[in-house]
Design a protein around this ligand. Structure first.
Ligand SMILES: [Zn+2]
Length: 188
């Protein structure tokens, strides 16, 4: 599959799973040079086509029919600073966001799914979407762990390939759902 088609596929999966609204979230894949492919700003994410995907150089210049995602600085920082990062996803996973509002103390060994799919979790505070502060905080966090929860906002997953990044986002949401259900079912 063409890289741009892969990004469209990933955004459809994220939307179908309720991990982003039609105008939220973003994803990118490193190209074979000083550039990345990234999802556009504002376009409905569930029906993107390859022509909607924006090419953006690591120096910030871009080519596309619409602007790149407002979080492009966050994506570019990760590609510039970590050679191993080949793909980045940012989703607005609702249960993950809720869980980390309630607690940051999640035992990843509690469920097989999380133990296999989520290497670790870092948490960053509340910063405005699209801001340099958010981009810098995520960049620092990825030095510790490729899966980063943004408090009150969502999650960022960086990986060697985009489906590994997507798998971690999905697994984290599954774990969040199980934690929250266990909490609500517990009588103690
Ligand atoms: Zn966001």
């Amino acid at each position: 599959m063409d890289t741009r088609e892969v990004l469209c596929d990933v955004m459809r999966v994220l939307h179908d799973r309720g991990l982003l609204n039609v105008k939220g979230g973003n994803a990118s894949i490193r190209g074979n040079g000083d550039y990345i492919w990234i999802t556009p700003s504002k376009e409905p994410k569930h029906r993107l086509t390859p022509d909607d995907i924006v090419l953006i150089f690591l120096d910030g210049r871009w080519v596309g029919r619409t602007k790149p995602s407002i979080e492009y600085k966050m994506h570019l920082n990760l590609y510039k600073n970590y050679e191993w990062v080949k793909a980045v996803i940012h989703a607005h996973s609702p249960l993950t966001t809720l869980l980390f509002d309630l607690t940051e103390n999640i035992d990843l060994s509690a469920y097989v799914e999380s133990a296999v799919s989520i290497p670790c979790i870092e948490v960053v505070g509340r910063y405005p979407p699209g801001s340099d502060e958010l981009a810098n905080a995520v960049n620092e966090a990825v030095d510790e762990c490729p899966v980063v929860v943004l408090q009150g906002h969502g999650v960022v997953s960086a990986a060697k390939d985009i489906y590994t990044a997507l798998n971690a986002v999905e697994a984290l949401e599954d774990v969040a759902e199980m934690y929250l259900m266990r909490k609500s079912l517990s009588t103690k």
